[in-house]
Design a protein around this ligand. Structure first.
Ligand code: AMP
Length: 395
């Protein structure tokens, strides 16, 4: 895997695809600079080598050129995060961009205008990609958040750089972390799958059955499995059209020697709110009118025991409705068990959607081995898909 550390950027212009799709408030100020901070190591390495950085990104979903989606609004934040002045080109291709690049000196940073102001970007248009390719000597992809898209700047552009292309630090770390779980994870490997629905995780479950030793299931999808096994689930979330598939998955797991751990008790509620009446019951005996919204304490102890003996852990999806305090305990307990396993030497990866939000909310992000930055890209990796942004560098 070729990364920025295989290149000396001295006197070179690096064309870097970053993911600066950051949230802006009504005054068009950046409210969360995490994605800019994530690209800092790559930018700093190139500047310290004596090279310059041409940064390209998309922001939001503009329809043509729309001022509120201009990347000029984030220039000050990049300057604050990196500590270097940032020049801005009002177009990402053509004369304006080419002149700005020609004037760029070693040690300097140039930010190009929003790639998605041109519809050719999302279409993966080769002519547009060729125009982008004129703006640097070495192409660096450091945008995991868009690595699952075959867009001009994320994949097509790479073909114009021959051998002069590589992964930035952030993308390299993402690829390594996923590889540690899916390909070379120290055994036992445990995947925790939570969240709302079975339907959105089916491909992941099927793919990981070949790669893991344990699967912990939680969240709303629990109840499709419990019902498939003949349990009473009351008014809990269920996808009846997936009952047969849930059964097949349980059987497949058995033949592959994978242990599936389902919650044994649940926190049930008589409505979907923090001040609902609640009880803790056996997951297979939920009365009508009640729904399971979190795992119960016995389940938390059981899951923690599985995690304590795991050497590699993947966490995708909360175990309950963690946004409501009354149903957050199971997810917090799980997070703490992952942290404890990590302290004992396990590798833990938190990735995809709401588990990342939960880890942040409960202050666990710094205590696990790696928190992924790319929602959709992470999910597609777990589904076993080859991401176009990664393939383009490897080819
Ligand atoms: P996902 O995007 O699939 O990871 O789903 C995350 C969502 O699942 C969160 O918003 C949780 O509130 C929700 N969720 C977790 N457990 C349950 C449950 N038992 N019933 C309904 N929704 C749940």
């Amino acid at each position: 895997m070729k990364t920025i550390h295989h290149f000396d950027f001295n006197s070179k212009k690096a064309l870097i695809r970053v993911d600066f799709n950051v949230p802006l408030n009504d005054e068009l100020k950046v409210t969360d600079a995490t994605r800019i901070e994530a690209a800092k190591p790559t930018i700093i390495k190139i500047l310290e080598d004596g090279g310059s950085c041409v940064l390209m990104s998309h922001l939001g979903r503009p329809k043509g050129v729309q001022d509120e989606f201009s990347l000029k609004h984030i220039v000050n934040t990049i300057e604050d995060v990196i500590g270097v002045d940032v020049q801005f080109a009002e177009n990402c291709v053509g004369e304006v961009a080419e002149a700005a690049v020609a004037n760029l000196e070693d040690g300097q940073i140039l930010l190009l205008e929003n790639l998605r102001f041109h519809e050719e970007e999302k279409k993966g248009d080769p002519n547009f990609a060729e125009q982008l390719s004129k703006l640097g000597d070495i192409y660096v992809n450091d945008a995991f958040g868009t690595a699952h898209r075959a867009h001009a700047s994320t994949s097509v552009v790479a073909s114009y750089f021959g051998e002069n292309k590589c992964f930035g630090s952030l993308l390299a770390k993402e690829i390594e972390s996923i590889g540690k779980v899916m390909a070379s994870g120290e055994k036992p490997v445990t995947a925790i799958l939570g969240g709302a629905k079975v339907s959105s995780k089916i491909t992941i479950i099927e793919n990981i059955l070949d790669k893991v030793d344990h699967v912990i299931i939680g969240g709303g999808m629990t109840f499709t499995f419990i019902k498939a096994l003949g349990g009473q689930i009351g008014n809990s979330l269920v996808e009846d059209e997936y009952l047969a598939l849930a059964k097949t998955i349980l059987e497949k797991a058995k033949t592959k020697g994978v242990e599936i751990h389902l919650p044994v008790d649940a926190v049930i509620a008589d409505n979907f709110s923090n001040d609902a009446n609640t009880q803790i019951v056996d997951t297979t005996k939920i009365p009508d009118g009640w729904m399971g919204l979190d795992v119960g304490p016995e389940t938390s102890v059981k899951f923690a025991a599985v995690l304590a003996k795991s050497k590699t852990i993947l966490w995708n999806g909360p175990l309950g409705v963690f946004e409501l305090e009354a149903f957050s305990k199971g997810t917090i307990a799980l997070g703490n068990a992952i942290v404890a396993a990590t302290e004992n030497g396990a590798f833990s990866l938190v990735g995809g959607g709401d588990s990342v939000a939960a880890a942040k909310q409960f202050g666990l992000s710094e205590k696990v081995s790696y928190v992924s930055t790319g929602g959709g890209a992470m999910l597609e990796s777990l589904e076993g898909k080859v991401l176009p942004g990664i393939a383009a560098i490897l080819n």
